[in-house]
Design a protein around this ligand. Structure first.
Ligand code: SF4
Length: 275
């Protein structure tokens, strides 16, 4: 689709299509954008649907696929689905890392020869503060998961949610990821966003269409402006950044997004850098 490629080339829209595989999670983080927990409505995209969307994305001109949730590895089919998707486009899957046991990682081994990245969450450089934000035992589980993924040759990134409030913690985090064999380029630090469970957090970053980069995001409920858009408040999905309910064929929400960015002035999304 020439219009999409042209918009990507001039920086008007992101080149990655995001898929929300599900909204449930084995954790319950206090800043979760999607109010995820084991008990929430699952809002699942089926494996068939995700693979079909990835195929359409490749045909339309997207460069990669992002999969997020919820915790994607709660879906039993995820290892095989990632392989199918990676057959179409490079894929990054965002995970809390706590389900990546020896048994599951064995099933991920075929991904080592495919363009697949697993981005694992790790918030602090020590277990005590990290686990207070995530869950008891989280730090140890995440470090073990990173080591297992690297042992089978799967590319790993680390994502830290919450900008460290002092330089020494930032330095300790950097030392930790380097010790783990994760390069500086593969460590992303992003602020807590004022949506979901953090919607009343004055220290969190408020977001709107003006400061979020447009990156088409598909959920079971529709197409949204950004992966930071289909958030949840009091159990209901936010619709302030909904593009349209129709997601099939993918061309429909792409056309809607292109219409929205047509005359969009440069925003401050590059300054916020929320990724
Ligand atoms: S922030 Fe991530 S790991 Fe924490 S509850 Fe939400 S989806 Fe789960």
């Amino acid at each position: 689709m020439n219009e999409l490629r042209a918009a990507i080339d001039r920086g008007a829209v992101g080149d990655r299509l995001w898929l929300y595989s599900n909204y449930h999670c084995n954790l319950y983080c206090g800043y979760c954008l999607t109010e995820s927990s084991p008990a929430v409505q699952r809002r699942t995209l089926s494996a068939t649907r995700m693979i079909a969307l990835a195929r359409q994305a490749a045909e339309l001109g997207f460069a990669s696929i992002g999969i997020t949730g919820g915790e994607p590895f709660l879906l039993p089919h995820m290892p095989e689905t990632l392989a199918w998707i990676a057959d179409c486009l490079p894929v990054i899957v965002l995970s809390n890392g706590t389900l990546l046991t020896d048994k599951l990682v064995t099933r991920l081994a075929p991904l080592a020869s495919l363009p697949v990245t697993v981005q694992v969450s790790l918030d602090c450089s020590d277990a005590e503060r990290n686990d207070a934000r995530r869950a008891d035992g989280n730090f140890a589980k995440v470090l073990a998961a990173i080591t297992r993924l690297q042992a089978i040759g799967v590319h790993v990134r680390i994502a830290t949610t919450g900008v460290p409030d002092n330089e020494s913690e930032r330095a300790r985090l950097c030392a930790l990821h380097e010790e783990l064999g994760v390069s500086h380029d593969d460590h992303v630090i992003r602020p807590v966003v004022r949506r979901g469970r953090a919607r009343a957090d004055e220290a969190a970053v408020p977001t709107s269409q003006d400061n979020l980069p447009p990156e088409l995001t598909i959920t079971a409920e529709g197409a949204f402006w950004s992966p930071f858009a289909p958030t949840v408040a009091d159990g209901r999905t936010d619709t302030d950044l909904l593009i349209c309910r129709t997601t099939t064929p993918l061309r429909r929400p792409v056309e809607e997004l292109l219409r929205l960015v047509e005359d969009r002035p440069p925003g401050n999304d590059a300054v916020l850098g929320i990724r």
